[in-house]
Design a binder for this molecule. Sequence first.
Ligand SMILES: [Zn+2]
Length: 417
Amino acid sequence: MNLRLTVPRWFDGREAHARRWTLTVADGRIAGLEAANGASPFDVDVNLDLDLDLGAEDATLLPGLIDAHVHLAITNTDPATRELPPALLALRMVRNGHAQLRAGVTTVRDLGAPDGLDGQLRRAFAEGLATGPRLHLAGRPLVAPGGHAAFMGRPVASADDARRAVAEAVAAGVDWVKLMATAGLSTAGAEASEQQLPDAVLQAAVSEAHAAGLPVAAHAVAGPGVRAAILAGVDSLEHGYALDADDVAAMHDRGTVYVPTRTVVRQVAEAFEIEGSRPPARARAAAKRADATHGDAIRRALAAGVPIVAGTDYQHGALPLEVALLVDAGLTPTEALRAATSAAARLLRRPDLGTLEVGARADLLVVRGDPLRDVRALRDPLLVVQGGAVVWCAPELARRGVSASLGTRTLSPGTPG
Ligand SMILES: [Zn+2]
């Protein structure tokens, strides 16, 4: 669809612009960006499906957000509910994807799903069976036998087995290889800081993945598995609740990206209820310890120049909270917004996403207020566009004649304030 949008201010994924501008979209891509009232290619001979002038509103245009760490197949922290039959999980994944879109998240990196469900979901989106965020996916993560995330993982027993597992992942069409280097907050029978994949397995998996052209993400919360994953050469380090000065120096040297996922630590520490279930008390105590050091880890990474990217884990549509938590840890609003747009796109190797420039994909978010002054404005979306199609709009825009594929319903009840 062809649309024209006039806004009083915008953030292009890197910098803010406090001027009235008009953005035009054709065939799913940004076709023009110019000072409002300038000549538009659409003034001449192109029919507009939507011409929305928000120039007099208190509103800000941004690129569609990117959540770089989700599991659409996981809805809460109760291990029993993670072992649901695949058809039910698939429908929940669609619902969780809708929650992401309504929050302005037009792209996600799904870092682990059972049974290849993430790949099947992407195919369903491509066939038009459902609407959802663009999916970059990892399929079944490589896990220690019986270790963290064993319910969805591909158990790996040796370096040779790791090479086979990566070859299987490549054959399954994944975009990322995911390694569970350490245990996690909710792992039964293990301290979160326990290293679960040995150094030789991490090294074999990374070299095999890189040889196949695939990047690697490592779940590594704390303990020796963090440094082992960094030294093995993973492209992104997930969680890292207690990074020290040597960790961040090693990450800076190797260009490792840090995805702290502060949202999930807060969720478990504060025991937010998701769908009627709360995290187990054991995980809650571990999360409180993690939360106590996480802010310092983020500040160290920031000071060392390590790229920081926003990810939530399994609270679907909570990316605005993650951005606010990054600001709380010391990022400026501009840095935190980059973490959810251009920096995330760089991690995903998608120069056409996370940016507002001519030729980029027309994934757009308009929010009320100015998130560059106060990122809490991200919680107040007005309009979400994906690939040039309006997927969600606020009721006040619906009254102005805007129609959206997901209608005007507000965020899902599982989303924290
Ligand atoms: Zn995760």
